[in-house]
Ligand binder design. Sequence first.
Ligand code: GDP
Length: 296
Amino acid sequence: MVLAQLGGSISRAIQQMSNATIIDEKVLNECLNEITRALLQADVQFKLVREMQTNIKKIVNLDDLAAGHNKRRIIQQAIFNELCKMLDPGKPSFTPKKGKPSVIMFVGLQGSGKTTTCTKYAYYHQKKGWKPALVCADTFRAGAFDQLKQNATKAKIPFYGSYTESDPVRIAVEGVETFKKENCDLIIVDTSGRHKQEAALFEEMRQVSEATKPDLVIFVMDSSIGQAAFDQAQAFKQSVSVGAVIVTKMDGHAKGGGALSAVAATKSPVIFIGTGEHMDEFEVFDVKPFVSRLLG
Ligand code: GDP
């Protein structure tokens, strides 16, 4: 189910409810059940959906709604607020400051779009006058350095890596030191992502984090991983202090649910979304417009 379909299903459920002559508990329950189904199909975690349902029922106390009040509007608003709440962990992520060196470490599974997203993030800031730099601390995947180098060269962003050094911690530290000396204000460290949640990957990630002391760790997640989103995000959060999330591949058959799960699991906000393979297919994530789109 793509985002637009989810929005369609939710607004249809609300529409159906408002077509009823009397909005009583039964009608409200039917509407909430429809919405629950739509959210589950969009990969929102079951626990989150149940919580949302309970909260809405608490807010929308039908007996308290005086006759003449627009019940549809009130219910719609409650659903909107609940979805916004699910996407808002309550505290903003670390915000780098232009001109002051910040180290940003990217983590995620292989294939999630991590390396592409590192360049997109660098390019986005470069266009706004920052001095970003890319460090390839992925010594595990053959070709990782070449890929980063190619992307960085295309975007005219300085990069650091090695074809011979096999210790990711060493490369990360050297890269960060080099770019601090060059007065770069956004030093982006790309780490290795393996195809599954191997213990060695988490240990390596922890060591790179300990050695480079990043100001922010960004967890990159492929939006198409479905219901696995919550557990995956939580596993990363338990190893390194994830402070923000970027959800990739929101174009095509993207589902919105993974974003909600990632926020819940990491207690960190989504800051950007990836909407294509190109460098500029990258958008700042904004909760309210995203939820408005969900609700159609
Ligand atoms: P990594 O293994 O996590 O570093 O993943 P890569 O950066 O190599 O990306 C894996 C694939 O996903 C590549 O083919 C990218 O072009 C593609 N990709 C990354 N981000 C997006 C996105 O937002 N949308 C789409 N459609 N493809 C993406």
